[in-house]
Design a protein around this ligand. Sequence first.
Ligand code: AMP
Ligand code: GLY
Length: 423
Amino acid sequence: MKVAVIGGGGREHAIIRKLKQSRDVSELYALPGNGGIAEDATCVNIKATDLDGIVAWCTENAMDYVVVAPDDPLVMGLVDLLNEQGIPCFGPNKAAAIIEGSKAFSKELMKKYGIPTARYEIFSDMQEAIDYVNTCRGPIVVKADGLALGKGVIIADTREEAVEGIRTIMQERKFGASGDTIVIEEFLEGPEVTVLSFTDGKVVRPMLSSMDHKRALDGDRGLNTGGMGVIAPNPYYTDEIAAECMERIFLPTIEAMNQEGRTFRGCLYFGLMITENGPKVIEYNSRFGDPETQVVLPMLEGDLFEIMQATTNGTLADVDFSFKDGCACCVVAASSGYPEHYEKGFEITLPKEHDTIYIAGSRLADKDGRTVQLTNGGRVLGVTETAPTLAEAIDKAYATMQTVHFDNMFYRKDIGKRALAAK
Ligand code: AMP
Ligand code: GLY
């Protein structure tokens, strides 16, 4: 079967590497892909947000199945457009992707169906939001309603900071229309856990839990990023908590979406916080996480394409898959300055064997008659290693990182440290 994957980051590289092993995948395409993905799939230079371009290309080239990996095309309704052309997809339609596309929607959903989350208020009027904040105590969390590259969340220690955050989002419109509505919520404390899950709208099958490291610098300092590294499984996600999440969060969410006439099919991402009062939802995403995918998929034992098709066909309960014992660690290498200003265009050198290095931002170029990869983004690559213990997986990932080079490279030195301390 001819399969296209939409997107061009580390997540898409991990998905493509796994799909390559699938029995029924004969041809793999990436739109747009990147310089590293080009080793594993045919890259087609069409942007993930060029919906018309994607639909035209997939139709003309008779794709049998399309995996829509990033949030933007999902929220914009790419799955609906491809389905109209008779092309089945992995990923939710527009009506269901709103669970990530609008935080106001997801908060109202959780309230209506009694799914545990932080207490909150929604505002479309700036002055009302400011008046409300002036009645709050303690750290205040201000979130833009719509997509903001994971950067639309402000954790304010004081009311003044919260007011400043509201102005940045609603008046200066830092995230454009995404900030016309905001959610102000209670600050929750506790370890964070990511659980990706497959669902066909009938059953939900969680994947291995993981722990992302969102801040740019060691010790969880610096700005929020897309994610600087991740380990799996997450030691805070015990069997007892997993059972509680299934009963109080995962199944109720699937059922709530069905009730709303917005059946979710694809990968539903649960961003959870394990608070003193039990697990609560911090956010939903309508897709695989990045970099979480880069530790979860290497641990998957099963045929990814078969699982994906089952989410589309409603036969997920019948597919056999599991996750390996042991642990995985992924360390992300970024260009210095990320997530703010950084330079691009530095040559990347990789070890000869690089099956578990996922490229997030590179392009191919000619240099003295050789084809080389040049850095082409903030997050450049992720190095993943697996091992029987977490300590070994971390050591192996950092050892492999020593074999990678590009100018202005930086990475966190403490990925997995907190997880090790939790054991
Ligand atoms: P989000 O984009 O919703 O995942 O938020 C980004 C990050 O902000 C999360 O990973 C948390 O670390 C933090 N965060 C979001 N909401 C809250 C909250 N209510 N209380 C504490 N931290 C939060
Ligand atoms: N790593 C966080 C995300 O994918 O949203």
